[in-house]
Ligand binder design. Structure first.
Ligand code: HGY
Ligand code: MN
Ligand code: MN
Ligand code: MN
Length: 421
């Protein structure tokens, strides 16, 4: 029986930055929009190709690969006490329209490289180490954020909803999943649920603004809402202003109300965004008869965020009444609580940064991540690395080789420590 040991010398933790950068660049070519932008939508042809790429890399890293019914991908390195709960790490590779090549990707390719780093150093894990590529962290196609991790964490509401979920082209979730090779012969997606305690730790590496290594202490509470207004529409010339009930103006008014309610919280930590606003029929000379908005609102304080949601709802009702349009939908798609990192993992990340001589600071995550849901079944922590001007969700997204390598080293050492814990 082997004695647990950390890599004898930290200098043995060498990241192959060249290969890692090549992989990041190659993965970015699996995209539906031209470089430097990246668009990679769940279960699209490009997503399926990208998944093969990831599974191959996991294979090269000596991991045994498994996929679940929605396409969460797991690569496992068995520890010498494989019956113990494993230590897991990972992130996502789906990319919202016209975004960049590092969001999520660094936490997947970086995790595989962290495994390579540990292998090269001669390290033998006690607890097994597992790399996870989560399905659809971004809500782009089906409107559901952290789809894979939410389901993994046992969301029965989501399991039920997915049976009836369709995309904007009316393709059902299950058909889309099947076309990508998943959910075969299965209606019941509860096979994706993982037992609480299956992992002793989950750590995610991710880009974020700021200097040095960010050690995440908490993830803000996200929520999203879909709203539809309906009016009578009509001819843009013929219908006089007093006779209109313009669904587009209702949407415009609600959009401004969202901003007002968010600002009225008085806290810089409250944010709200209307990132989708669609008018039907979408002709210059037709009064909008339908409008559709999607609202994203977040806060590090859940109650304050919930107050904003209530105010938005009241505004939607009041605007509908005032403008004589119908509020045909006000659907809270998700209203998630925040999550706290686990002390033991914060300590492991801090110690690793310190031993590697990397400046670090504690911070909260304003973006959400799969870690928000992994925290429901496992102690969780996140490592942030700097990115250019804090840019994300746009093509200018960039992290330097050096910053990525530092992040991979902190991840590798943290995984090693947690594996022996
Ligand atoms: O929206 C988010 O916070 C994440 O980037 N999906
Ligand atoms: Mn993102
Ligand atoms: Mn991300
Ligand atoms: Mn709608």
């Amino acid at each position: 029986h082997e004695e647990p040991h950390l890599p004898n010398s930290l200098s043995l933790l060498s990241v192959d930055t060249l290969s890692l950068q090549k992989q990041i660049d190659e993965l970015s070519t699996f995209s539906d929009t031209p470089a430097p932008s990246v668009t990679r939508i769940l279960y699209s042809e490009k997503d399926v190709l990208a998944r093969s790429f990831i599974k191959n890399l996991m294979g090269f890293a000596g991991l045994s690969v498994r996929e679940d019914a929605v396409g969460n991908i797991f690569g496992r390195w068995d520890g010498y006490e494989p019956e113990l709960a494993a230590v897991s790490t990972g992130s996502h590779i789906d990319a919202i329209p016209y975004s960049g090549k590092y969001d999520g990707v660094v936490g997947v390719l970086g995790a595989i490289e962290a495994i390579n780093v540990l292998r090269r150093s001669g390290f033998k894990p006690k607890r097994s180490l597992e790399v996870i590529m989560f399905t659809s962290e971004e809500p782009t196609r089906f409107g559901i954020s952290c789809l894979g991790s939410r389901l993994m964490a046992g969301s029965e509401a989501l399991e039920k909803a997915l049976k009836k979920t369709v995309d904007s082209k009316n393709i059902s979730f299950l058909d889309a999943a099947r076309s990508a090779g998943y959910a075969k012969g299965e209606e019941d997606l509860s096979s994706v649920f993982l037992k609480k305690g299956i992992y002793s730790a989950f750590v995610e590496l991710h880009i974020e603004q700021g200097i040095s290594i960010g050690i995440v202490t908490a993830i803000a509470a996200p929520a999203s809402i879909k709203v539809d207004f309906e009016g009578n529409g009509g001819h843009a010339g013929a219908v006089l202003m007093p006779n209109r009930n313009d669904a587009g103006l209702a949407a415009a008014e609600l959009t401004l109300a969202v901003e007002k309610h968010v600002l009225d919280s008085g806290s810089i930590d409250t944010v709200g965004t209307v990132g989708i606003l669609e008018l039907h029929p979408g002709a210059i000379n037709s009064i909008p008869s339908k409008s559709h908005l999607e609202i994203d609102t977040r806060d590090i304080e859940e109650d304050r965020r919930n107050t904003v949601i209530e105010k938005i709802h009241h505004s939607a009702l009041a605007i509908a009444q005032k403008r004589d349009v119908k509020l045909s939908e006000f659907k809270i798609v998700n209203q998630d609580p925040p999550a706290l990192s686990h002390d033991s993992i914060i300590k492991a990340m801090e110690a690793s940064s310190q031993e590697l001589n990397l400046a670090h600071k504690l911070m909260i995550s304003r973006a959400y991540h799969d870690s928000l849901f992994m925290a429901r079944i496992s102690p969780m922590g996140m490592i942030f690395i700097p990115c250019y001007k804090g840019y994300s969700h746009k093509p200018e997204e960039f992290s330097s080789n050096e910053d990525i390598a530092n992040g991979v080293k902190v991840l590798a050492l943290t995984l090693a420590k947690l594996s022996l814990y």
